[in-house]
Design a protein around this ligand. Structure first.
Ligand SMILES: [Zn+2]
Length: 375
């Protein structure tokens, strides 16, 4: 004989209810507790699943709804004595079904929550990207300005120079296009012998004269510049930040509430510029930068040759350069420079084959019109 923990609701008990146990025999269900004993014969027994989410199985006597016994132990529905009473089987089945529906509901809720969380992780990058779009570039620009004034104290800017004019001559149209999105691209050259360049949030790009001196051509400088500008236009600063805030803040941004982000920036402060760009961001900046150059009809090969120059420098020199500068520096140690060169070379091959196809089409069209004119 099996016992199950149960509660008896009875008007004669002090407080209206008491805890005890139930068991079954061939005649019916018996409730026992020190305060009270109670039984219902199978002939008069009614069984129902009830309570929040049908968590409990209720036993009542027909025509007496004031008194009931209930248990949270649903295995009671499989009790041998209870199930051997044929008239009760339809009610047992119905109660089991209702009790099962709770499990199904719980399973659905759990699966939904799991799905929601896994999709948050799976699509985190996409979520971050669209969250970044909700934050106005002007806001990033303000942070960039603050950082710039702090940096200016340590930097000697090259003013009224030909370097700037030369860059603007080729890149003006390209900058104008990016500025339509709300950025404010400004290029500064600073006197520093180390090979470095970096972008600040919002659009200020700093190129050190060491980089210009070590570049073999203008295309190489523009290659670095396009990479840095891609960090700005692809919102890498804010995306790095969003990557470091919790899911709650991220979801809030998605719903247009950027207060949590503002609070985070308040605590992160100037460190926004020192959040390291991820490997993925570096590749993305290379790829976007490359596309900017192609669109502006600037030879993108400069990007490759500049990387090759860097790669040929001794490792020690590169490392020491990196450690002295901001993490957002062009010379980020990750990913590996050779990997970046290889990826860019793949793009070069694709570009060359596209150009070849384009030339062939032009040639065919020309011949075609020659043939047509002869006809
Ligand atoms: Zn970079």
């Amino acid at each position: 004989m099996e016992n199950y923990s149960a509660i008896l609701i009875h008007p004669e008990i002090e407080g209206g209810r008491c805890a005890g146990e139930i068991y079954f025999n061939a005649n019916g269900v018996f409730f026992t507790a020190t305060q009270k004993q109670y039984s219902i014969a199978f002939n008069y027994l009614e069984i129902k699943a009830g309570g929040a989410g049908n968590r409990f199985i209720f036993f009542t006597q027909k025509g007496n709804s004031e008194i009931s016994i209930y248990t949270a132990d649903r295995s009671v529905l499989r009790n041998q004595e209870l199930c051997s009473y044929p008239q009760l089987l339809p009610e047992i089945k119905k109660s089991s079904r209702r009790a099962r529906s709770l499990y199904i509901t719980l399973a659905i809720v759990a699966a939904t929550i799991l799905l929601l969380f896994s999709s948050l992780f799976l699509f985190k990058d996409n979520i971050i990207e669209s969250a970044a779009k909700k934050i106005p570039p002007k806001w990033e620009h303000k942070i960039g300005d603050k950082l710039f004034s702090a940096l200016s104290l340590n930097y000697v800017l090259v003013k009224g120079d030909s370097l700037h004019k030369e860059v603007m001559a080729v890149a003006k149209a390209w900058f104008d296009e990016i500025e339509k999105e709300g950025f404010d691209i400004e290029v500064y050259f600073v006197k520093d012998a180390t090979i470095n360049a970096f972008a600040l949030p919002g659009g200020k790009v700093i190129i050190q004269t060491g980089l210009v001196e070590n570049a073999k051509s203008w295309e190489e400088v523009l290659g670095v510049l396009s990479h840095e500008i891609a960090h700005v236009s692809r919102r890498h600063h804010i995306r790095s930040l969003l990557n470091n805030v919790g899911i709650y803040a991220l979801v809030s941004v998605m719903f247009g509430d950027i207060s949590a982000i503002i609070a985070t920036v308040g605590s992160v402060g100037g460190n926004l510029a020192t959040l390291a760009n991820s490997r993925a961001f570096e590749y993305e900046a290379d790829e976007t930068g490359w596309n900017y150059l192609v669109q502006s009809e600037i030879n993108p090969n400069g990007m490759i040759t500049f990387f090759e120059t860097l790669e040929s420098q001794t490792k020690t020199k590169l490392d020491s350069t990196v450690s002295n500068t901001l993490d957002l520096s062009f010379l980020s140690t990750h990913p590996d420079t050779q990997d970046r060169i290889n990826k860019l070379k793949e793009k070069k091959v694709r570009l060359q084959s596209n150009l070849l196809i384009y030339q062939i089409i032009l040639l065919l069209l020309k011949n075609h019109s020659l043939i047509m004119s002869k006809l």
